[in-house]
Write a protein of this length. Structure first.
Lengths: 291, 312
């Protein structure tokens, strides 16, 4: 809340005093709305399961550390396994996905070859295809490959991201000059070297966005692991917390686990997002359809 | 996987600066994965949608896949359960989409105004839910709705007002829409805000000097100029709405108002895995995918025509 005073005091009141009070209030109400459930979960995480159902939601309780310990030892530390799995799926998947998208985007943006137009259209149709309708046939394919209920079942389908390829193409078109590549070619650089040493560094700011979007996409995904996995120790956080909530109907103490688990799972991603915020190039999204 | 191989044939043809093999090698991982996880599943779904399991050969016959033509499609499109789930989805979408986009546009326009206080804080706070998975967003709001834990109803009843039935058969639509709005507001706001920031100030500086109010500038200049971005957010929102799955499934744990076939995708899942009726699930998947594709293509058509005219 420190870096907010960008509007200079002197310039403000000179033209129309107090004119920006209402916009400021509306924006703060918006912030209040989005932060309200987050504030509630922080308070709820401090409550024992008795306090959760008997005390007012917005005051703290007395059980924070007990809840933390109880969640950590729940069924041999299952929660932390879920957290690790989420990290593997989202981190590994997004990294591979970004690499695949970068190479494909570079090729589509900087080479002219037969079939390029068709390929681009087909990939673009993939963007519009609701991924979720593919999940069930994907399950049959994964089963046929014999890798259902393994980490690969979630990881492999997460690597292909048509939207990421699309963004990488747009970004490569704008950031990698053709002349630089030509010059390097004349100097005898291989095409792979052209990509790795010239294009990749130039595309990096855009690729951070592709990585972040895909990381959050996989981290937030529910249906894919829900369909692919039956072994609870391979679950990511989303399906794991769903399991807790679903079982909680019979055993209310699981609600406190779910609440603590929800809080812990939000912290790293929100922190990451806030830290990387300045490296995001979301104008890439709004500008992406103008080409 | 190593496109370095591309160098060899390319370098041999010294006269050419247009390598032929290299782009395909760069594209090969993407193409292989695209075929494996998009084209084949889609093809398989289409195949499944035209067959059905039938018992052949009298009493001792075996179950066999037979071609049934459009039967699965006719069944799907006349299935009252699917039509009802589409109706529920439409009710949810009619509340959630306009409010999400309207709110996002409002916040983006306010952020774009000069001399607004706490703008950075508000922008960041409104964007935070984007990093919260749908399951967890539902979990948080679910406890806001649950009669035994709801702080909202606690306040209402403590001042003598009746509690709100968030999880009842009527309230459930607003409650689900609220989760979608909460989750979608920030992302759409940022897209629209970056689009607003890319408008050159000269475009409305003159209007401002002529004494036009900010409201007029927003309505006459800014909104028309961000129309392409607005259409983009509309496409994203519609795609998101059609795929609504994790929120209702999670909220189902807390509410009896959500059935196994509440939204279309929940019905698809239940038919495929709960009822073992894969053909019906496949036909519905294909219908939903085609419907989404048609809607998005129509919107994109409008978008491209607009930007094309602007370019002229």
């Amino acid at each position: 809340m420190t870096a907010v005073t960008t509007a200079p005091h002197a310039a403000g009141p000179r033209r129309r005093p107090g004119a920006r009070v209402i916009p400021t209030i509306i924006l703060l109400l918006g912030a209040l709305y989005t932060l309200f459930p987050v504030f509630w979960v922080v308070m709820a995480s401090t409550k024992t399961s008795g306090e959760l159902f008997s005390t007012f939601g917005l005051v703290p309780g007395t059980g924070f550390f007990d809840n933390l310990v109880a969640l950590s030892v729940f069924e041999d530390g299952k929660y932390w396994k879920w957290a690790l799995n989420s990290l593997i799926y989202a981190g590994g998947g997004a990294l591979l996905s970004t690499l695949v998208s970068a190479m494909a985007g570079f090729a589509l943006a900087r080479y002219r070859f037969r079939g390029r137009g068709v390929l681009f259209t087909v990939l673009f149709a993939g963007v519009l295809l609701p991924g979720i309708t593919l999940a069930i046939p994907q399950y049959f394919l994964i089963s046929a490959l014999g890798i259902a209920n393994t980490h690969w079942a979630v990881l492999l389908p997460s690597i292909i991201n048509p939207f990421g390829i699309y963004l990488a193409t747009i970004y490569a078109q704008g950031s990698v000059p053709e002349e630089t590549l030509e010059a390097a070619r004349i100097d005898g650089a291989s095409e792979w070297r052209n990509f790795r040493a010239i294009a990749f560094p130039m595309m990096l700011p855009g690729l951070v966005t592709v990585f972040m979007l895909q990381f959050i996409g996989i981290w937030n995904n529910f249906l894919l692991p829900f369909i692919m996995l039956s072994d609870e120790t391979k679950f990511p956080l989303t399906t794991g917390l769903y399991l807790l909530l679903n079982r909680g109907t019979g055993t209310p103490v699981l609600y406190t686990y779910a609440i603590m688990g929800a809080l812990l799972s939000i912290i790293p991603l929100v922190t990451l997002m806030l830290l990387l915020q300045r490296y995001w190039k979301l104008e890439l999204l709004s500008g992406s359809l103008k080409g | 996987m190593s496109p370095a191989v591309a160098a060899a044939p390319v370098r041999r043809r010294r006269d050419s600066t247009r390598p032929r093999l290299a782009p395909w090698l760069f594209l090969s991982p993407a193409i292989v994965l695209f075929v494996l996880f998009l084209v084949i599943p889609m093809g398989y779904a289409i195949y499944l949608s035209f067959v059905a399991l039938r018992v052949e050969g009298g009493a001792f016959g075996t179950r066999q896949q037979v071609f049934v033509g459009l039967e699965n499609y006719v069944d799907a499109l006349t299935d009252p359960e699917l039509l009802a789930s589409l109706g529920r989805l439409a009710t949810f979408g009619v509340i959630a989409v306009p409010l999400t986009l309207g709110g996002a546009l409002l916040f983006a326009l306010l952020l774009d105004l000069p001399r607004v206080r706490f703008a950075r804080f508000s922008r960041t706070a409104i964007f935070v839910p984007y990093a919260v998975p749908g399951v967890i967003a539902t979990l948080l709001w679910g406890f806001m709705y649950l009669p035994t834990t709801s702080p909202i109803n606690f306040l209402l009843t403590s001042v003598g007002l009746p509690p709100i039935d968030f999880l009842g058969p009527q309230g459930i639509y607003g409650s689900l829409a609220n989760i979608a709005i909460w989750a979608g507001l920030g992302f759409n706001m940022i897209i629209l805000y970056t689009a607003l920031r890319s408008i050159p100030v000269e475009m409305y500086e003159a209007a401002r000097l002529d004494g036009a109010g900010e409201w007029q500038i927003a309505w006459r200049i800014k909104i028309p100029l961000v129309a392409p971005a607005l259409l983009l957010t509309l496409i994203f929102s519609l795609l998101g709405t059609l795929q609504a799955y994790s929120e209702p499934t999670t909220l189902k744990s807390l509410s009896n108002s959500i059935s196994h076939s509440f939204f279309p995708l929940m019905k698809v899942y239940r038919d495929a895995f709960g009822l073992d009726n894969v053909s019906s699930a496949a036909a519905m998947s294909v219908v939903l995918a085609l419907g989404t594709l048609v809607v998005s293509l129509v919107l994109l058509r409008i978008l491209q025509r607009r930007t094309f005219e602007e370019a002229k």
